[in-house]
Design a protein around this ligand. Structure first.
Ligand code: SAM
Length: 239
C-alpha cells in the first residue's frame, strides 16, 4: 500500500545512514550529486554567486544546502519528512543562510514564482514526483536564466515512468512504498523541453572506476529561458 509520503520518508529517515562528519578532504560541508562518496561534479554546476537564492527539493538532512549556504547562497530546503528535517536541524543548528520548511515540493514551488536562481534535487523530490506536474512548477519558481539540476539513479532498462520504490523497515514490518519516476536521458530532455526549459542536458555519470560498481548516476541540467546569469563553468552557451 502507498502510504502518505511523509510517513514513508520518516521510515526512511529512521534507517538511512548518517552523513559523514567530514568528507575525504576533511571538509565539514560539501556538495555531492551521486550515491558515491567524494565522486562526481560539484556545486559549480549550479552556477551560483554569493547572494543568490537556491532551493533544495527533498533536502533530507540538509548537507548540500548547508554547503551552499557556507558559500554565501541563501538556501531553502524543503522536505515532507519531519524526521529528516529534525536531523537537518540537529546537524546544522542556526547555520546561517539555510531555511528549512516541512512542505511538499509542489506546494512550495507554486507559492514561489520567479524566486530562485537555482533549483536542485539530489535523489530528492524530483525523483519522487510526477515530472509532468513538477517540471512546469520548477520553471515558474526560477528567475529568468535560472537553472534546474537534479540527480537520481538511472532507470532500469524497460522500467520507465512511475515505479514502486520500497523503503525497508524492521524485519517484522511491511516495507513503506513510494512512487518514483524513471526515464532514459532522452526522455528527460523531451519532458524538460515540453515544460519550457532550454539548454537541456541529461547524461549518466559513470560509477567510480575503483568502486567495483557498474551503476552510474543520472544527472540532468536545464535552464529557464532568459538572459545569462553568469558564465557557465563548463562553457555551456547560456543564451
Ligand atoms: C533519498 S532522500 C535524499 C535526501 C537528500 N537530498 C540527500 O541527498 O541526502 C529523498 C528525500 O526527498 C524527500 N521527499 C520525497 N518526496 C518529496 C516531496 N514531494 N516534497 C518534498 N520532499 C520530498 C524525502 O522526505 C527525503 O528526505
Amino acid at each position: 500500500m502507498i502510504e502518505t509520503a511523509s510517513a514513508a520518508w520518516d521510515a526512511y529517515a529512521a534507517c538511512s545512514p548518517e552523513r559523514r562528519p567530514t568528507n575525504g578532504s576533511g571538509a565539514r560541508t560539501w556538495f555531492n550529486w551521486t550515491q558515491y562518496p567524494d565522486h562526481g561534479p560539484g556545486v559549480e554546476l549550479l552556477g551560483l554567486r554569493p547572494g543568490d537564492r537556491a532551493l533544495d527539493l527533498g533536502c533530507g538532512s540538509g548537507g548540500n544546502a548547508a554547503h551552499l549556504a557556507s558559500l554565501g547562497v541563501g538556501t531553502v530546503g524543503v522536505d515532507v519528512s519531519t524526521r529528516q528535517l529534525a536531523k537537518a536541524r540537529e546537524r546544522w543548528p542556526d547555520h546561517p543562510g539555510v531555511e528549512l520548511h516541512l512542505v511538499d515540493a509542489l506546494t512550495h514551488l507554486r507559492a514561489s514564482p520567479g524566486t530562485y536562481a537555482a533549483v536542485y534535487s539530489v535523489f530528492g523530490a524530483v525523483y519522487f514526483s510526477d515530472p509532468a506536474i513538477l517540471l512546469p512548477a520548477i520553471r515558474s519558481a526560477l528567475v529568468p536564466g535560472g537553472r534546474l539540476v537534479f540527480s537520481q539513479r538511472p532507470a532500469v532498462e524497460g522500467c520507465y515512468g512511475a515505479q514502486a520504490s520500497l523503503i525497508q523497515r524492521g524485519p517484522d514490518e511491511d516495507p513503506a512504498v513510494v512512487r518514483r519516476w524513471d526515464h532514459e536521458p532522452g526522455t528527460w530532455i523531451g519532458l524538460l523541453r515540453a515544460a519550457g526549459f532550454v539548454r537541456t542536458r541529461a547524461e549518466i555519470l559513470p560509477a567510480p572506476p575503483d568502486s567495483g560498481r557498474t551503476e552510474g548516476t543520472l544527472h540532468v541540467r536545464a535552464l529557464r529561458p532568459g538572459p545569462p546569469r553568469c558564465e557557465d563553468p563548463e562553457g555551456i552557451d547560456l543564451r
